[in-house]
Design a binder for this molecule. Structure first.
Ligand SMILES: *[C@@H]1O[C@H](CO)[C@@H](O)[C@H](O)[C@H]1NC(C)=O
Ligand SMILES: *[C@@H]1O[C@H](CO)[C@@H](O)[C@H](O)[C@H]1NC(C)=O
Ligand SMILES: *[C@@H]1O[C@H](CO)[C@@H](O)[C@H](O)[C@H]1NC(C)=O
Ligand SMILES: *[C@@H]1O[C@H](CO)[C@@H](O)[C@H](O)[C@H]1NC(C)=O
Ligand SMILES: *[C@@H]1O[C@H](CO)[C@@H](O)[C@H](O)[C@H]1NC(C)=O
Ligand SMILES: *[C@@H]1O[C@H](CO)[C@@H](O)[C@H](O)[C@H]1NC(C)=O
Ligand SMILES: *[C@@H]1O[C@H](CO)[C@@H](O)[C@H](O)[C@H]1NC(C)=O
Ligand SMILES: *[C@@H]1O[C@H](CO)[C@@H](O)[C@H](O)[C@H]1NC(C)=O
Ligand SMILES: *[C@@H]1O[C@H](CO)[C@@H](O)[C@H](O)[C@H]1NC(C)=O
Length: 576
């Protein structure tokens, strides 16, 4: 998940105009209406693109803070040749070169369809729906050009926009603004694909959802939502899971009221009721809400806190119960969905690079220098303390267990500060990504009808999505796998060199991903075999230049989060 810090970065946008010279216009008849898309030729093959297809009514005015409503058919020929705007957000500088449409708008509920080779309604190609990441506050569907993935795997790929930030996830925790609008948008987009993909040659009974970061968290949520029954057959969750301690936001009402105060929608002395608060917020301009979002989400200054302030909430609708309870309950409706899907999930081996951005602002106050590494006392007093305080009831035994597990004992070596830095970032990665992913896989492998696969992505990309990182961090940072899934051609700047090794790895990963989408099994000809994750043998494929199947990812580290800490909490040790 992106950190909120990004919210405050206003982008200096590059001017990027897409050349439409060699794109041909294509007309297409569908049940919902006629539309005009484009056909591009890439590596001598055709890829059909339909962009900015509306799947929901514009969520503006009275429809702001409401569940989305299906857009339904259109009357005139739809222009699906240009990408639509992004949902309300501050655009990130490092994405800008990929963005042909640099507008943001509240009217943003569009999807893009990529059809490989031929547009023929008689085809029954498997379809994949991409849910982008960006911490539930940023990102857009079109940022990952799905043309190469669609061609490589001969699958249809659909990329979607969903409402973000305090447009998609504001909640008063009651019926006036139940929250999770962004998740409902994704859900409606899935219904759209199920109902309409046959018009583009897709198979409505052969659908895979996949996503990364907040998109991976979203995937984790759809596979345990009772609402998802029958909407898709398979799911790929990249660096995200619903069992993360911060998957759900617990202080949403507080944030909604704070936004209300900032925008003069509450009285200073008494809290306005949710009804007046929401009707007042509906009357504000989208620009005002966006501009005041970072104020509404602001953390207490000088306190390291990883608590999410905007994101999905436990609403009793999308989620019938808290995720861990749904998964625990073999007869819950969400668990039935979970058991029915094939699941592939994984993380990157230096996911914790994301945490670097949270720590940057604390160097002066705590007297350390991130460029050089992280001292053990910062791990134990600042980091482990914050984790225990925010997510484990301030339990001191949990704090010391985290401190001990990630302390580098051999302080004699010259680069121990750097090694301690890597360990401290791993603590973050394990807590928020790796261990909850592992737990999800363990639960899924236990008795569900669907197959289960785990990967670890270990190749440090030449051109990473997140560019800023400490020199001592080794491996694949958060989002590092994206160019390999969508293709280096899609996501590396043209000036960046493409090595044969990376191209080969990317092609393999595209094959694994799309094989899985077609058959629920990533294996296929010319690919190193990828064993199913089982509870007797927890296989994972270590994806790198030399991809290798291995067993039991970081067992000691996983034991801390999945056994030791739950034991401490059960036994009630360390309560202050
Ligand atoms: C961006 O928004 C402006 C103002 O609404 C509009 O005139 C323009 O066409 C939009 N650009 C794109 C690429 O959609
Ligand atoms: C579409 O596919 C069907 C079945 O494979 C085939 O008979 C037909 O000729 C195709 N149509 C076009 C326009 O390619
Ligand atoms: C899904 O589609 C692929 C081809 O794209 C096909 O081989 C496979 O049998 C289909 N699976 C199901 C369950 O229909
Ligand atoms: C809120 O009201 C105060 C006092 O009337 C005014 O100064 C301020 O500009 C208002 N803020 C917004 C965001 O409308
Ligand atoms: C503030 O309180 C007064 C008196 O109770 C009420 O009339 C007014 O509508 C309230 N304003 C808002 C924005 O709720
Ligand atoms: C499990 O789910 C079922 C079906 O929703 C429900 O009736 C039951 O109360 C749940 N059990 C627990 C322990 O929550
Ligand atoms: C932090 O360390 C780097 C590399 O050793 C050094 O260049 C920089 O000046 C240091 N910063 C501070 C504030 O000490
Ligand atoms: C957490 O525990 C410490 C003592 O170890 C105490 O000083 C602090 O107030 C507690 N914080 C919270 C939020 O409970
Ligand atoms: C994954 O593979 C890389 C590259 O071969 C290797 O350096 C690393 O140790 C492996 N990691 C794990 C956890 O298996």
């Amino acid at each position: 998940m992106g950190e909120y810090l990004y919210l405050t970065l206003f982008a200096v946008l590059f001017v990027y105009t897409e050349s439409l010279a060699e794109d041909k216009i294509i007309n297409h008849e569908t049940t919902l209406g006629r539309l005009q898309g484009i056909v591009k030729t890439l590596n001598e093959e055709n890829i059909y693109q339909f962009r900015r297809v509306p799947y929901a009514k514009p969520p503006v005015d009275e429809l702001r803070y409401r569940l989305p409503i299906a857009a339904g058919p259109w009357q005139y020929k739809l222009d699906a040749t240009q990408f639509g705007p992004s949902c309300m957000q501050y655009l990130l500088q490092n994405d800008a070169w990929l963005l042909p449409n640099q507008n943001v708008s509240e009217d943003c509920l569009f999807l893009n369809i990529y059809v490989p080779r031929e547009l023929n309604k008689s085809n029954r190609k498997a379809a994949m729906i991409w849910i982008h990441g960006g911490g539930f506050t940023a990102g857009q569907g079109m940022l990952c050009d799905a043309s190469y993935l669609a061609l490589e795997g001969d699958v249809i790929v659909v990329t979607i926009n969903y409402r973000l930030g305090l447009f998609g996830f504001l909640s008063t925790m009651d019926d006036f603004a139940p929250g999770n609008f962004g998740l409902w948008d994704q859900h409606l987009a899935m219904i759209w694909v199920k109902e309409n993909i046959a018009d583009y040659g897709g198979d409505p009974s052969n659908i895979t959802i996949f996503g990364e970061s907040a998109g991976g968290y979203s995937v984790g949520m759809h596979i345990i939502s009772r609402m998802s029954r029958g909407l898709f057959q398979r799911a790929i969750s990249e660096s995200g899971t619903t069992l993360s301690p911060r998957a759900l936001v617990t202080n949403a009402l507080h944030v909604a009221r704070r936004l209300g105060q900032i925008l003069n929608c509450t009285n200073s002395s008494v809290h306005t009721d949710s009804k007046s608060l929401i009707s007042c917020l509906r009357a504000k301009s989208a620009k005002d809400i966006l501009e005041r979002t970072s104020d509404a989400l602001r953390h207490e200054p000088g306190v390291l806190s990883l608590i999410n302030r905007v994101g999905p909430v436990m609403d009793g609708r999308f989620f019938e119960d808290f995720p861990e309870n749904i998964i625990k309950n073999k007869t819950s409706m969400g668990r039935l969905v979970f058991d029915s899907v094939d699941l592939m999930a994984g993380t990157n081996n230096a996911e914790g690079g994301l945490f670097y951005f949270s720590l940057l602002g604390f160097q002066k106050q705590y007297q350390f220098n991130l460029s050089e590494g992280i001292p053990t006392k910062i791990l134990c007093s600042l980091i482990a303390n914050a984790f225990a305080r925010d997510f484990y009831q301030n339990n001191s035994a949990v704090q010391s267990a985290i401190c001990h597990r990630y302390t580098v004992n051999d302080i004699s070596t010259a680069n121990s500060l750097e090694e301690q830095g890597r360990q401290a970032l791993s603590a973050y990665a394990d807590m928020f990504f790796v261990a909850p992913t592992q737990e999800t896989l363990v639960k899924h492998a236990c008795g569900s009808k669907g197959k289960t696969f785990q990967y670890l992505f270990s190749k440090q990309p030449i051109y990473p999505w997140i560019q800023e990182r400490p020199r001592w961090l080794i491996g694949a940072n958060h989002a590092g796998e994206l160019p390999f899934i969508f293709g280096l051609e899609a996501m590396y700047k043209p000036s960046v060199p493409r090595t044969e090794d990376e191209v080969k790895l990317s092609k393999k990963m595209m094959k694994y991903w799309t094989n899985f989408a077609k058959r629920g099994d990533p294996n296929g000809p010319l690919l190193p075999s990828w064993n199913e994750f089982g509870n007797d043998k927890r296989y994972y494929l270590n994806l790198s230049i030399d991809s290798r199947i291995m067993i039991d990812l970081w067992p000691d580290r996983m034991k801390l989060w999945l056994e030791d800490i739950p034991d401490i909490l059960r036994q009630g040790q360390g309560i202050m």
